[in-house]
Design a protein around this ligand. Sequence first.
Ligand SMILES: [Zn+2]
Length: 492
Amino acid sequence: MKLKKQVTVCGAAIFCVAVFSLYLMLDRVQHDPARHQSGGNFPRVSGSGTQGLGSWAVALSPPSTALGPALTARGERPLLSAPACSLQHTWSLGWQMLAVASVLPFDNQDGGVWKQGFDITYEPHEWDTEPLQVFVVPHSHNDPGWIKTFEKYYADQTQHILNSMVLKLQEDPRRRFIWSEISFFSKWWDNISTQKRAAVRRLVGSGQLEMVTGGWVMPDEANSHYFAMIDQLIEGHQWLEKNIGVTPRSGWAVDPFGHSATMPYLLRRANLTSMLIQRVHYAIKKHFAATHSLEFMWRQTWDPDSSTDIFCHMMPFYSYDVPHTCGPDPKICCQFDFKRLPGGRINCPWKVPPRAITEANVAERAHLLLDQYRKKSKLFLSKVLLVPLGDDFRYDKPQEWDAQFLNYQRLFDFLNAHPSLHVQAQFGTLSDYFDALSKRTGIVPGMKPPGFPVLSGDFFSYADREDHYWTGYYTSRPFYKSLDRVLEAHLR
Ligand SMILES: [Zn+2]
């Protein structure tokens, strides 16, 4: 009787140990991505958490050379600036976003004038052998429904923006403009004369006006079903083909709240060769700025070769408005938003207003702006620089077109007339920028420029400052989201 009891207790103990070991084994497999995705290209960020943080801190210090961290034999950038031995075998795979997010401290340190970044310095002679080429890209972001309805936005602003665009672009062939929301464009098209339509076709044909992305809207990339994303892209592209005879080449997504890896796949399949994104977590932006990786080939995680790659430009600063696009210091950049000239309806929150460019101040103003351009350029691998010039529903009055285009042209004329500055500045479209970048790096547009990194993964979740995470909208309004899916299924 006693022996039987002992055997039972012993058996139970062995059973418990076996179950617990099995549990530990399964748990380990589940939390070890390298095992979980056996044979896949999932990153193996080796070492402890502290080692990861340490190497990240190295990566974040302002780079000392023009090319930043050393390139690998295959010309690609390391996953982290960590000791070579621990990460060497992952380098050829490039940046993996899950790995990047897992090692960043998200500590939100004060970066000075570029609050979410770091100090940028340069040597004045850095552009002596290869001049800085600047493309200022005028744009107007038109939400098809936000504070106002689609119809109200169209009536109050969008129709005036597009009407002025036709007139103002024709006044000077050096002027450029980009447009992305075809829902608004088609509504306007229905209301304009045949002469005006012909003028628009001429502007597109001459390269002064570029239709970017060319979707019906600039879609949300977090909540939407991929079929809805495809559907709106087809709608816009078919409209452009039928009415203007053009196929978009470059993607422009400045306002989706985070960026999905589905979008680059769809754009590439729609024959676009380059794209731009803006709303990326500020800590991620800082990391990519510090490692000269703001421009990369965006690759699908499941794609072992490069057939779905698309070239992507990530904007480095806080916003797509003028104060956050000329360079790291918004107090300076705001002075070059000529819609904010004194006497207007909006001003500069940094308390230094813009000044109209005159013969007397052009030299001083041009040097101040060039300093910002040079600092921004230090974050990128090439000496071609993209400077968006616009904001929400901008250029809705003829005076704004004149204020921006005339003042900037005076600045460009000054900069270009002084060879000692080693800069060539002009208005450009998004594709003008990507084309110039391809030319400088010696590749066909859409191919991987030598030395540029590869990246896989997505840019969720998004925070634009401190702990302001834009994730509440993932779960809000479930009724409308459900209704939307049901309607989509019928359309299909
Ligand atoms: Zn928007």
